[in-house]
Design a protein around this ligand. Structure first.
Ligand code: ADP
Length: 295
């Protein structure tokens, strides 16, 4: 099974033909509230891809919190250890343009109250094969989660987003690091994904750099890097493409698929998600992934 230690946000999404410049007002064509947050998105992606998934995190004591929790329950994610904190839920204010590009402001809210793990959290992590982590919770608890998983022999997969410098103790407890190109460049100062991946291998044993429409690059210590091209599709909304990819990748690796096949499977999932609007609402189910992967 998979445990996610991560964020839950309500995505407040404005659809516009082009994003406004500073000081400018544009009229958009639609507004939607969609449950999101990198943690919750990865949890939903993994659950839809066919794994048993539990979430550790927090929602606020507001209407968004009620919806965020029930959304995970509807997606068959175990929420027994989800906290309800005083104050607002996390929110993400997202502008999606006609090219499918996005610009995002995240306000952490309840996510910032997750500062340490309970005994229950540790016990749950100990039952999993894989712990998924991102950087939308306080770094101290992300580090504690990774170190706990490492101690219990649970594989750790870290999405280093939003990009920031990582504490050495966190890197030391990370098995697989999955940055996108921008995050890989921010972490290493190298814009070439191959060079960035090589640099990251000094800190972690395995790296996958996602390359948007170009697919992904896998690098491991002592092996030749592998690039797997993405399916060619028409993207309408790339929000949460990376989270869909990571959730599906964790499922495929957990099922023992070889890395290149797991990457192709995760890319089939991510390619389906970019063809639909929204974050978790756009994520494909296992049968859809299998159909796309086989075709
Ligand atoms: P993020 O969403 O974190 O910025 P990427 O843009 O690298 O990450 O996308 C993650 C994955 O989603 C890619 O590795 C790819 O598999 C898939 N993907 C993203 N954009 C497209 C696209 N336009 N066409 C097909 N697949 C895509």
């Amino acid at each position: 099974s998979i445990v996610v230690l991560g964020s839950m946000n309500m995505d407040l999404v404005a659809y516009v033909s082009r994003a406004p410049a500073r000081g400018e007002t544009v009229t958009g064509r639609a507004f939607r509230t969609v449950p999101g947050g990198k943690g919750a998105n990865q949890a939903v992606a993994a659950a839809r891809a066919g794994a048993e998934v539990a979430m550790i995190g927090a929602v606020g004591a507001d209407d968004f919190g009620v919806r965020l929790r029930s959304n995970l329950e509807h997606c068959a994610v175990d929420t027994d250890l989800l906290r309800t904190a005083e104050g607002p839920s996390g929110t993400a204010h997202i502008v999606v343009d006609d090219e499918g590009g996005n610009a995002i402001v995240v306000i952490p809210g309840a996510n910032s109250t997750v500062t340490s793990l309970s005994h229950g959290d540790e016990a749950l992590i100990g039952t999993a094969d894989t712990l998924l982590l991102q950087l939308e919770l306080p770094l101290s608890v992300v580090t504690e989660g990774a170190a706990t998983a490492r101690r219990l022999g649970v594989r750790t997969v870290l999405t280093p987003a939003p990009a920031q410098q990582l504490p050495p103790e966190l890197l030391a407890a990370t098995d697989l690091l999955v940055p996108n190109e921008h995050e890989a460049a921010a972490l290493t100062g190298r814009t070439d994904p191959r060079a960035a991946a090589q640099a990251l291998l000094r800190d972690v044993p395995e790296v996958v750099v996602t390359l948007g429409a170009s697919g992904s690059l896998y690098a491991a210590r002592g092996a030749e890097p592998v690039t797997v091209p993405a399916p060619r599709v028409r993207a309408v909304d790339t929000t949460a493409a990376g989270d869909t990819f990571v959730g599906a990748l964790a499922v495929a690796l957990g099922e023992g698929r070889p890395v290149p096949e797991a990457l192709a499977w995760a890319q089939a999932a991510a390619a389906l998600s970019v063809q639909r609007e929204g974050a978790s609402t756009s994520m494909p189910y296992r049968t859809e992934i299998e159909a796309a992967f086989g075709s």
